[in-house]
Write a protein that binds this ligand. Structure first.
Ligand SMILES: CC(C)(COP(=O)(O)OP(=O)(O)OC[C@H]1O[C@@H](n2cnc3c(N)ncnc32)[C@H](O)[C@@H]1OP(=O)(O)O)[C@@H](O)C(=O)NCCC(=O)NCCS
Length: 210
């Protein structure tokens, strides 16, 4: 969608930036990994298909995506942005008759960044963006039954199991955004700053100097 095409979200350890064509080659490299294909239930795409996919995530009104960057690394203006990429996070408005229902997906593609709290940090940031900007009221996560880490993370974040599909070997977890979820999200993301992406790109060093 166009809503976040110039939005940067700054967290403690990460910045989330809109998915641009310049990110595609690294993303495409990640998705050659059989482990990531299996964990995210994705089919490998050609580079050209990956560019088309990026375009559709940018243009379609039902899809919102951010690339996750290592904040410390990105704040150094000499780093190329593609080198700072850690993963991605998406919201997909799956039901045209209910735009308040969103499927949430996250991938920390770089193994060395996993298990350090980044998945939780990014998921909170994306849920807060979804609730406040996109008016999401229910989040769904569909996860492979063998992806114990992801299932554990979403359960830790108060998602409840609602169904298991034996055919796709997938579990669906749901979180309804009530007052307690809103309060928790507000507390967990109180530090998050929303910035203008293009302006911040030319003043990256300022991120660490405040
Ligand atoms: C699943 C994923 C998003 C989790 O992100 P992460 O940054 O590794 O996780 P965090 O460090 O934020 O930990 C969040 C919770 O996940 C669980 N977790 C993390 N690492 C774990 C491990 N090795 N074993 C079991 N549970 C684990 C814990 O419940 C943890 O909460 P806690 O630290 O309070 O106990 C990430 O590992 C990932 O992207 N993996 C590859 C792709 C993928 O599986 N994507 C999800 C597709 S549905």
């Amino acid at each position: 969608m166009r809503t976040n095409e110039n939005t940067l979200l700054e967290g403690h350890n990460v910045v989330l930036v809109p998915y641009n064509a310049s990110h595609v080659p690294r993303y495409h490299e990640w998705m050659k990994s059989p482990e990531l294909q299996q964990l995210t239930a994705s089919e490998p795409l050609t580079l050209e298909q990956e560019y088309d996919m990026q375009k559709s995530w940018r243009e379609d009104d039902d899809k919102c995506t951010f690339i996750i960057l290592d904040k410390q690394q990105w704040a150094d203006p000499s780093s190329r942005e593609e080198q700072c990429m850690v993963g991605d996070v998406n919201i997909f408005l799956t039901d045209p008759s209910d735009p308040s229902l969103a499927e949430l997906e996250i991938m920390i593609a770089e193994p060395s960044y996993r298990g350090k709290g980044i998945g939780k940090e990014v998921t909170n940031m994306m849920m807060s963006y979804g609730v406040n900007k996109l008016r999401v009221k229910k989040f769904e996560a569909k996860i492979g039954l063998n992806n114990e880490v992801s299932i554990a993370m979403f359960k830790k974040m108060h998602f409840q199991e609602v169904s298991v599909c034996p055919v796709f070997r997938e579990v669906t977890l749901l979180l309804t955004v009530d007052d307690s979820v809103r309060t928790r999200l507000q507390d967990d993301t109180a530090h998050v700053k929303e910035r203008d992406y293009r302006l911040t790109c030319s003043n990256r060093h300022e991120l660490l100097s405040q």
